[in-house]
Design a protein around this ligand. Sequence first.
Ligand code: UDP
Ligand code: MG
Length: 351
Amino acid sequence: MSRAMPELQRKAVADPPRLRVIESDAPALSIVIPVYNESASLPLLREALEAVLDPLAMSYEIILVDDGSHDESWSAIAAWHAADPHVRALRFARNFGKEAALSAGLFHSRGAGVVLMDSDLQHPPEIIPQFIEKWREGYDMVYAVRTSREGDSALRRGATRAFYRLFGKIAEVDLPPGAGDFRLLDRKVVDILNRMPERLRFMKGLYAWAGCRHVGVPYSPPPRRHGTSAMSLRRLTGFGLDGIVAFSRVPLAISGWIGAAVALLALVFGAYLTLRTLIVGVDVPGYASIMVGIMLLGGVQLLALGVLGAYVGRIYEEIKERPLYVVSETLSASSRSETAETGAREASSSA
Ligand code: UDP
Ligand code: MG
């Protein structure tokens, strides 16, 4: 097995992914961009993307996923689509969240490589050529690694750091520190992601789960130019919980261990009380120890129930097997009609 590896890797370098034919009219590169209330950023994004993509001399498509924006984003997208044949777009019937938007973009992408990036210009397109260079060297996944988090508040920075430290300790996958969704995925990784049936999609964990050859490229994210981040601390907390529940069973095990420890303590205390009663006689006062015991046990039981609830609630989400998102409108590439397979993952609300 280990002797076969160098051979495989040489093959990957000798056979650059962009030469692989996926579909006769498939582009070499797809750029997937989730959009939520970004009408002010879209013209700037378009300019910045064109400046980078046009000189590349590579066929490409841009897939814009409007995640139920309330502003003028969809008309800006439609105008971009009308002016540029590279653009395809999906519109969600309501806000389903960035992870759903990314999943939809990946599902509809056709490129031999797929770049995922935000629409708020915090993911500078100037890095895309570096992604492509590494991809051509044979890496299946190239991600941008933040070298600073200056734009974030101290609270958010601290919470993020604590979350990743905890996740690193208890989760079954390793997340590269500082890596976000800004990345390039080879088609084979995209195919793996597209086959994942789960509804709660903690994308960073899913990329890592695929376990392909990966490398990071450093970058320093500029602050948002327009609007504010849609990721409130509350939303981030829920997102972090989703990630932990999806990739770790340690919290479930911990309540078991705490239960065992408390039971052991109770046994020892019981033995001590029995001995003391035999030697010194009956001792009536004991209110404090009883109260402490009841409160501690009550607290531990509720905590354990809460942990259990976090898992059960997510199992419930999964077994409902609702689609991940509902598409209300699509704008296809001008040359071909859209032939989206609508499987279990996708629903359409257009006639
Ligand atoms: N986004 C989305 N759906 C949402 C929230 C955000 O598609 O419900 C998009 C948003 O338009 C942007 C990207 O996800 O392109 C990152 O969002 P944001 O800048 O709010 O998050 P942050 O950069 O602060 O993590
Ligand atoms: Mg942002």
